[in-house]
Design a protein around this ligand. Structure first.
Ligand code: PLP
Length: 387
């Protein structure tokens, strides 16, 4: 440990070189790139790698149908189009969620209906979905965020009873499982992302997975025959393939680091890590969710994250609650949004690359956090309460 003075007060940073880069160097990706250069597929729209990835994703997910596409955001749009979401329809979304689903619902002329989420899991619950259903409800978006998991078996039971279509967003949880099934494969349609910061990256890219032939037919006609703005390229597919193979081992590695981190932080100090997955589940960690109790920590969320960044740790505020950034005219919110507001105000996220490091790395992160809280008074005096 680099002394007792936090870096933000002039001490030595715990990680003087800053956070680890992403993506990490990967020999298997380098080999695949060499091969695409040798065989000319690097410049193709479509090729053997696209077909191979489609096949691999089928066996990985247990889904009969796969559509590769240019991003998770495009995947979400295509899925909502396949659901025929249109003006007059309502789509239920967690008030704390990634911005893309909300914007896609608006783009299709439909109305987002925002419901509260649980701060412990960052997820919507079947009870809150049920309470928000009206005769206009067409679909619900269920996202797995910050290492938390939504209760997909219960949500799909509800969806079957009430005739709801479910878009399951697994962009942050690729490879997480519930009852040994990967998330994304429960929903009517599921989406994953190969964006630049994601657990599998091709810089950009995504996929839709599912079981319903007719929905895939519709997406294919719209996004791949009629309009070629949506596909993934051959070189992107080639890069994803080796990462799909290493995903399970990497998810296990990250989960071990999170378990250690959880144990080290437990005695401290106003910070709560996203709920542990139950025994029938395994999580995947993209931006690990934390909640700060500012009174107990003695620091505001912004003071804490600025001080963490000064230590060379990639920790910052979570996303903005959708209800805090969009005009109330754009959505309906039938219930209180206390959980989403709490996450908006007190949520923190730790970026995943450090979770592929050693036990020493993660214990240094925990020690750094403890050191910040131990020096809270001095840091609070030095730093503005919010930025
Ligand atoms: C990143 C992300 C997306 C969109 O993925 P892109 O490929 O970046 O468009 C969608 N949903 C969630 C929850 C995400 O984190």
């Amino acid at each position: 440990m680099a002394g007792d003075t936090p870096a933000i007060l002039g001490g030595d940073p715990i990680f003087p070189n800053g956070p680890p880069p992403w993506p990490l160097p990967d020999d298997d990706v380098a080999a695949v790139l060499q091969a695409t250069i040798a065989d000319g597929t690097w410049g193709r729209y479509h090729g053997p790698h696209t077909d191979a990835l489609t096949g691999e994703l089928k066996s990985w997910s247990g889904c009969e149908h796969i559509e590769l596409c240019s991003s998770g955001t495009a995947a979400s749009e295509l899925a909502l189009r396949a659901f025929k979401v249109s003006p007059g329809d309502e789509v239920i979304i967690g008030a704390y969620d990634y911005a893309a689903s909300f914007k896609n619902v608006l783009m299709l002329g439909a109305r987002p209906v925002l419901i509260d989420v649980e701060p412990a899991t960052f997820a919507v619950t079947p009870e809150r979905i049920e309470a928000a259903i009206t005769e206009r409800t067409e679909a619900v978006v269920v996202s797995h965020l910050h290492g938390g998991l939504a209760d997909m078996p219960a949500i799909m039971d509800l969806a079957r009873q009430r005739g709801l279509l479910v878009l399951e967003d697994a962009c942050q949880a690729t490879g997480a499982t519930i009852n040994d099934r990967v998330v994304g494969s429960f929903g009517t349609l599921g989406i994953i992302s190969f964006g630049g910061s994601k657990l599998i990256t091709a810089g950009r890219g995504g996929a839709i997975i599912g079981h319903d032939q007719q929905l895939f037919q519709r997406m294919h006609v719209y996004g791949f025959r009629g309009n070629t703005a949506y596909p993934l390229s051959a070189i992107q597919a080639a890069i994803v393939l080796p990462q799909l193979k290493s995903l399970a081992a990497r998810n296990t590695h990250r989960s071990e680091r999170v378990a250690e981190f959880r144990a080290l932080l437990e005695p401290c100090c106003g910070l709560t890590v996203v709920a542990e997955p139950t025994s029938s589940c395994s999580a995947a960690f993209y931006k690990l969710g934390l909640m700060i109790d500012e009174a107990e920590a003695g620091l505001t969320r912004d003071q804490f994250s600025a001080a963490a960044r000064a230590e060379g740790i990639a920790c910052d505020r979570t996303l903005h609650g959708l209800h805090t950034v969009h005009s109330k005219r754009r959505f309906r919110a039938p219930g209180e949004l206390l959980g989403a507001t709490r996450i908006n105000d007190y949520g923190l996220q730790l970026h995943h690359p450090i979770l592929l490091g050693t036990q020493t790395d993660i214990s240094l992160v925990a020690q750094a956090f403890v050191r910040l809280v131990e020096n809270a008074a001095a840091i609070a005096e030095h730093a503005p309460a919010s930025c």
